[in-house]
Design a protein around this ligand. Structure first.
Ligand code: ADP
Length: 432
């Protein structure tokens, strides 16, 4: 059995792969659809494959085409169940892409019903009566309302998803989920009879996700955040010998220089940047308006980086608060500003790795996508978890590089420091 996952961004893919590994599945994350045949041959060693795409905010048809290409490749690898992974804050534009990609995958799989559940209680994302909460706040009252690319201004996921799809969207409410697989199956049958083919699923705790897992056993397509993997993985473990089950995949050691690139403007990343600076960490703020006028370029940033790197880990950030972001976007346009920052971070990553950085932290989903693509990385192996949703990873078959790809809103305020202290601890205590 092979659980085959298609993720709409790179940090999300790592988040899902991390949950699958922690649940015991041998998991490989590929960056896009592998072109290398040896990667396909290696698939037999794994219980789950996560194909990381960067399709969250691209034009709808491109997102569909890339997702279907990933599906075709995964089917050739022997996929028994498909998992379309999106963000736990349901990040999408008014056009999609969650709805249109779900529809296209359902059509391709001839699937008449699926679920949509971004809940990830361990990270404070819960769904109740179809409303998504981030911690104690409704999605629409959280920092996500100011997201640079996918502002989320409605917490009612039935309404949000219905606006993106021609298929009818319904709800499997909390009281039903809590009763377990039989009640969930009955609810699905009732929804199907009403013409519903996609159901938002309530879940407020890991025990809800564990109750949901068995009900998904025969579902050809699941769409969700990373949390649903916690319950789903149990269905697979029944077929895997205990000696093959993993809790953590071992990483190679890579002593070398350390850097952090932050391109997320989330509240969590803003707090992490401030904490790093307050703790005396070397930091360089990218002035996006100066970038746009060529008053600043990557060579200027690298001149600073090359001297600082030799002393201690460095942080380079475009992270800014909602007010400053709005000013920049007014002047440059949101998508132009976003693309400019992503291209700059991608180029900086190339230069930093060329300069000897072997341990790189990237904050921001789109930012991480741009960086990983620029580095030409094909696959990642999942290592120890730093914070829920964020593990260290090692590049497979590429440059000797450890990467931590952090979704903007994840991680405690001392996340950046923690990344490196944890790696020091791991390297001291792991026998390779
Ligand atoms: P998150 O994980 O928080 O969603 P992303 O990297 O996915 O973070 O998205 C953040 C987007 O905001 C990226 O496209 C990034 O280039 C853009 N961005 C970051 N900093 C700035 C800034 N100072 N001005 C304008 N856009 C920015």
């Amino acid at each position: 059995m092979l659980l085959a996952c298609i993720a709409d961004d790179f940090t999300g893919a790592t988040d899902l792969a991390n949950n699958l590994v922690r649940a015991g599945l041998r998991t490989l994350q590929t960056i896009g659809v592998p072109v290398d045949v040896s990667a396909a041959l290696a698939i037999a060693q794994y219980d789950a494959i996560v194909v990381a795409l960067k399709t969250r905010t691209i034009p709808v048809q491109d997102a569909i085409d890339q997702s279907l290409a990933a599906l075709t490749w995964l089917q050739r690898c022997g996929a028994t169940q498909i998992y379309f992974k999106y963000c736990s804050t349901f990040d999408s534009t008014p056009a999609g892409n969650i709805g249109p990609v779900t529809e296209a995958l359902m059509d391709a799989l001839d699937c008449d019903f699926t679920i949509a559940c971004p809940a990830f209680p361990e990270n404070g994302r819960s769904v109740f009566r179809g409303y998504l909460f981030v911690g104690d706040q409704l999605l629409s009252e959280s920092g996500m309302r100011d997201h640079p690319l996918t502002p989320m201004c409605d917490a009612n996921l039935v309404r949000v998803l219905q606006a993106q799809t021609k298929r009818k969207v319904g709800l499997i409410p909390y009281d039903c989920v809590a009763q377990g697989a039989v009640a969930i199956h009955e609810r699905i049958a009732a929804l199907k009879a009403e013409g519903v083919s996609i159901a938002i699923v309530d879940a407020v705790s890991d025990s809800d996700l564990l109750a949901l897992g068995p009900a998904l056993r025969q579902m050809p397509l699941i769409t969700a955040g990373s949390g649903v993997a916690i319950g789903l993985a149990k269905n697979y473990l029944e077929n895997i010998s205990p000696v093959l089950q993993v809790q953590q995949q071992r990483l190679p050691r890579h002593g070398g220089l350390r850097a952090i690139l932050a391109g997320s403007c989330s509240i969590a990343t803003n707090a992490q940047v401030s904490y790093w600076q307050a703790s005396g960490g070397a930091a360089y703020e990218i002035d996006v308006l100066a970038l746009a006028t060529d008053a600043l370029n990557v060579d200027g940033v690298m001149r600073w980086a090359l001297t600082e790197l030799m002393q201690a880990p460095i942080l380079i950030y475009a992270t800014t608060d909602a007010q400053r972001l709005a000013q920049i976007q007014d002047q440059l346009g949101a998508s132009h500003a976003g693309a400019l920052v992503e291209q700059t971070m991608a180029k900086l990553a190339q230069l930093l790795v060329a300069a000897g950085v072997t341990q790189l932290v990237v904050a921001g989903g789109e930012t991480a996508g741009a960086v990983v693509q620029a580095l030409g990385i094909q696959a990642l192996q999942i290592g120890p978890q730093i914070d829920p949703g964020v593990p260290w990873t090692a590049v497979v078959g590429g440059p000797g590089l450890l990467l931590a790809l952090k979704s903007g809103n994840f991680g405690t305020k001392d996340f950046f420091t923690k990344c490196f202290t944890q790696l020091d601890y791991y390297e001291r205590n792991t026998i390779t």
